[in-house]
Write a protein that binds this ligand. Structure first.
Ligand SMILES: C[S@@+](CC[C@H](N)C(=O)[O-])C[C@H]1O[C@@H](n2cnc3c(N)ncnc32)[C@H](O)[C@@H]1O
Length: 258
């Protein structure tokens, strides 16, 4: 995992995902947690990015700490937070840290990693470190909820090239994604090419980023959970809650800390 991901693209991130249903997705997560009797007064959100889920989660709990290692993503999160209602903003703290090594004194009712953050932990030791952090930071009996690229779906229907165009206030962004699958390592490298054409006479800005993604299988999630004191209580297809199939690309799990 390169530390440069989400550096340049942070400027474009919110525009690219402006139609993502963060509110509905946060509600889905909270419903799953409720189903398992979880308390969620305090949530630690690992890989919070520009804070879109953080804000939605904060509407339903007392305290959210959002952690990310990208200074550029956090800068945007903090700028946006200034626009929130003070009562909501007072429940949220952002913090720059690598989730693999993060250690906070306090423990949380819930640790959440949302929108493929787990899949950004590409080596086995990164995945183990992520679970170790979750285990350290959640209180006994608390919950860990996360989503990830689901191995059977990725294998069945490997990603192909995509182009996304996005109108922004200052111009137009074109993002080309060119994936390459590395099946022996359960990895996909997505090469992103960003071209931003400003309105008016300015020059096109061209940047690239490689995002390495680890797709995961149920057996791995269960083994990682068990090795770090968690028991998986739910494993499903993201946003439907159904049993994942070979058509499922995005799965989630809820685990309880024993
Ligand atoms: C796809 S974005 C998701 C951001 C946010 N959760 C959202 O849904 O908009 C993945 C985020 O995970 C962060 N991330 C990935 N690995 C990380 C690590 N080891 N430590 C901290 N942040 C990490 C990236 O910087 C990025 O902001």
């Amino acid at each position: 995992m390169g530390l440069k991901v989400f550096t340049h693209s942070a400027d474009y991130y919110d525009a690219l995902y402006r139609n993502k249903a963060y509110g509905r997705e946060a509600e889905f997560v909270l419903q799953r947690l409720k189903k398992h009797g979880a308390n969620f007064e305090s949530i630690l959100e690992l890989g919070c990015g520009t804070g879109a889920y953080t804000k939605e989660l904060a509407r339903h709990c007392q305290r959210v700490v959002g952690v990310d290692f990208s200074a550029a993503m956090l800068r945007r999160a903090r700028i946006k937070k200034r626009e929130w209602k003070p009562e909501l903003a007072s429940r949220v703290t952002f913090r720059r840290s690598d989730l693999r090594t993060l250690r906070l004194k306090r423990r949380f009712d819930v640790v959440a990693m949302l929108f493929h953050v787990l899949s950004y932990q590409t080596r086995m030791r990164d995945l183990q470190a992520a679970f170790r952090t979750a285990a350290q930071q959640v209180r006994p009996g608390g919950h860990f909820v996360f989503d990830f690229w689901y191995g059977p779906g990725v294998q069945q229907d490997p990603p192909g090239p995509r182009v996304k165009r996005c109108a922004m206030e200052a111009g137009e962004l074109v993002r080309e994604a060119t994936p390459a699958v590395f099946p022996k390592r359960n990895l996909v490298r997505v090469h992103y090419d960003f071209r931003f054409q400003p309105k008016g006479p300015g020059r096109v800005t061209h940047t690239t980023e490689d995002h390495w993604m680890r797709y995961l299988f149920r057996v791995e999630i269960e083994a990682l959970s068990a090795a770090h004191g968690f028991r998986v209580v739910e494993f499903g297809e993201w946003m439907t809650g159904r049993k994942p199939t070979r058509k499922t690309w995005n799965a989630y799990a809820v685990a309880v800390r024993e």
